[in-house]
Design a binder for this molecule. Structure first.
Ligand code: ASC
Length: 128
């Protein structure tokens, strides 16, 4: 549990920051911005699958007030927000499995499905 609202905000931002680091590197490999390394890709996919479970806990009641990019809609439409976070967890779990198989096309599809999830949620729930 968090002692202060600011701690919850900092917690979820840290989780998203780690998520973006690992997911971003996977994107860089798929876009050819760096060489594709299947082992590193799979390691990052495992990390994304684990990290995707973390941020939701930080969206505590009242933590819409503070230094946050989260829109008030997160709290007024919490059921939909929660469902979207759970979908991210499912998509990234599938991505972690695809990352261990030798099918680059399926892997790209799983990556795109996860990325679509990130963007969809940002479009609805994050300040731009
Ligand atoms: C990233 C990142 C996001 C998502 C999003 C996907 O690497 O930091 O927020 O991918 O851009 O569309």
């Amino acid at each position: 549990n968090f002692k202060k609202t600011d701690d919850a905000i900092e917690y979820r931002q840290s989780a998203f920051s780690l998520l973006a680091y690992h997911f971003g590197d996977m994107g860089a490999m798929l876009k050819g911005k760096k060489p594709f390394d299947a082992e590193v890709f799979a390691m990052r996919a495992d990390n994304v699958a684990a990290l995707s479970k973390l941020p939701l806990e930080g969206f505590t009641p009242g933590s819409d007030k503070g230094d946050t990019e989260a829109l008030p809609k997160v709290w007024t439409e919490k059921a939909d927000f929660d469902a979207k976070m759970l979908q991210l967890q499912k998509d990234s779990a599938a991505l972690a499995i695809a990352a261990k198989a030798d099918d680059k096309k399926a892997l790209k599809q799983a990556f795109m499905a996860t990325a679509k999830n990130c963007k969809g949620c940002h479009d609805s729930y994050k300040k731009d």
